[in-house]
Design a protein around this ligand. Structure first.
Ligand SMILES: [Ca+2]
Ligand SMILES: [Ca+2]
Length: 425
């Protein structure tokens, strides 16, 4: 079967390697098949203290005579002096200077608001947030050392699996598309370690769930089972996931079915995972078509993400329509998303597509969960869509039916809004 990159269910529209500074990945021994990274020993989360209501700001009364306020002494004791928090945060990773996607979505503001979440995982006071990447499988990215789990291989067909067997405990990526799951995971969680790129949530744990064959295609039943497993639900014949995820990233669509709407098998799995309390973030696909025809982009309960340019326009490849909730940077052929990649030239790639847009939303959702872990999938969806930056003139495309949702992901506004409320604490 001959496939162009545009028709691949893995939602990478095109690839463009860029010249640049090497990511200098360290020599990291691969985990044995099926072995997971042990969770760091951390204390159980403390119950949330009652949150005092913020003081109300009274509107100024117009027309009232201006009188000088009474003089009050300046605070003298140390506890009365509030430290000034920085309003932005800049990672020192060399690729960061070219990561235009991170500034487009307001990451410097979001990171400054959550200093705990950008610390190394061993210093966290609470267990890390787990994100499942359902994709081409496990690549032992040096950006995710100690935080990446070789989850499970759900590709049943041994020929399409290309690893000599069907489903098994080794989710390792195989073949020319193996980089895909690697770069998606790196956008979500690459370390802020002065090497390579900076990810959105550098203390998140990633579980790699392999659902794509060496052909880059996805069987609907493999995807449905992978969805359930990722969230910690039972799948016959497969041991339960010891690291159930709160966010599932799907930069893909199911193949071998007509593009006439959400497949019943996928919808059933989506509904079960959502009821379990995990958010499913989905790329809209790259056919320049209505995303409603696709599974899972057109399913109920998922958060469907399309691509937008830096200026808030829809790239021609990006799917659109009423099933799209919001947009995020996905890049274009000559302006991709700079990412670390073990298999890329110089340790980098610059891919584009809605595959790259979705993990921006997954990363920000997981970042918010680090501070508000009890937010439901519906609350997260509402928060992310209503805080999005509106498109110029209100739309991403001159044709109003080609909607990209409520706007472009705004991590700074989403985190600020989440922290202003005790909802989900
Ligand atoms: Ca296998
Ligand atoms: Ca890095």
């Amino acid at each position: 079967m001959k496939l162009s990159a545009l028709t691949l269910p893995l939602l990478c529209a095109a690839l463009l390697n860029v010249e640049g500074q090497a990511a200098a990945p360290g020599a990291i021994p691969a985990l044995p098949p099926g072995q997971t990274v042990p969770a760091p020993q951390v204390p159980a989360p403390r119950p949330a203290a009652p949150n005092p209501s913020p003081p109300e700001i009274a509107p100024s009364a117009p027309g009232r005579p201006q009188t000088a306020p009474p003089l009050v002494p300046l605070p003298t004791t140390p506890q009365q002096v509030r430290p000034t928090l920085p309003t932005t945060y800049q990672p020192s990773d060399p690729l960061y200077a070219r990561q235009w996607d991170m500034t487009t979505i307001g990451m410097p503001q979001a990171w400054a608001l959550l200093p705990e979440a950008v610390k190394t995982v061993s210093t966290l006071k609470t267990p890390p947030i787990t994100v499942a990447v359902l994709d081409t499988g496990f690549v032992n990215s040096p950006e995710l050392t100690g935080r990446i789990v070789n989850g499970y291989d759900f590709v049943r067909d041994p020929v399409r699996a290309g690893d000599g067997n069907g489903r098994d405990r080794d989710a390792s990526g195989v073949g020319q598309f193996a980089y895909h799951g690697e770069v998606v995971a790196n956008i979500i969680a690459a370390a802020h370690d002065g090497r390579g790129m900076a990810g959105i949530h550098p203390s998140a744990r990633i579980v790699q769930v392999r659902v794509a064959g060496v052909d880059g295609l996805i069987d609907p039943q493999d995807l449905a089972d992978g969805l359930r497993w990722a969230a910690g639900l039972a799948v016959p014949g497969v041991p339960t996931n010891p690291n159930p995820a709160k966010v599932l990233n799907l930069s893909l669509f199911a193949d071998f079915i007509p593009l006439t709407g959400c497949d019943a098998r996928i919808q059933k799995a989506v509904t079960a995972v959502t009821a379990r309390g995990a958010l499913i973030v989905v790329g809209a696909a790259n056919d320049g078509a209505d995303a409603a025809g696709y599974s899972p982009a057109g399913c109920r309960g998922v958060l469907t993400v399309t691509s937008a340019t830096q200026g808030g326009a829809r790239p021609a490849y990006a799917n659109w329509g009423r099933s799209v909730a919001l947009a995020a940077p996905g890049g274009e052929t000559d302006h991709g998303i700079p990412v670390s990649s073990l298999s890329g030239a110089g340790g980098e790639r610059s891919p584009n597509g809605t595959s790259m847009a979705a993990p921006h939303v997954s990363g920000v959702a997981s970042l918010i969960l680090s501070a508000r872990p009890r937010l439901t999938p519906a609350q997260l969806q509402s928060l992310l869509t209503r805080t999005a930056t509106p498109f110029p003139a209100g739309h991403c495309d001159p044709d109003p039916t080609r909607s990209c949702g409520s706007g472009t992901l705004n991590a700074g506004a989403a985190v600020r809004t989440a922290l202003a409320s005790s909802l989900g604490k």
